[in-house]
Design a protein around this ligand. Structure first.
Ligand code: CA
Ligand code: CA
Length: 105
């Protein structure tokens, strides 16, 4: 008889789903498991590459978040990611000042 398994499914399986290039959604934990689960096999492409280690690959202006098959850029608080998914724009904090360059006379 089948046991109820709902209670022991790790939270991440409920939250994260991977969208294949063809639009199909699969659980995140079968991405990059060396078995093609997307009909177009897009879940097994670009696996195990940390684009965030190479600034030339990610070109994120602020922060880079490595994901299994790709990566994404994030911006520091107060900044918004631009439509190129790389650059960040936002309000400069006007009081920002580096104390090392202060001049006392
Ligand atoms: Ca897979
Ligand atoms: Ca990656």
């Amino acid at each position: 008889m089948a046991m109820m398994t709902v209670e022991i499914i790790p939270m991440k399986q409920k939250i994260f789903a991977f969208r294949c290039d063809d639009g199909q959604c699969i659980p995140y934990d079968i991405v990059c498991n060396k078995n093609p689960d997307c009909s177009d096999e897009s879940d097994e492409q670009h696996c195990n590459i940390n684009e965030c280690r190479n600034i030339r690959m990610n070109q994120c202006e602020h922060r880079c978040i490595d994901t299994l098959t790709s990566f994404r850029c994030e911006c520091n608080s107060g900044f918004q990611l631009m439509s190129d998914r790389r650059a960040c724009r936002g309000e400069e904090i006007s009081s920002h000042c580096d104390a090392r360059f202060s001049v006392y006379s």
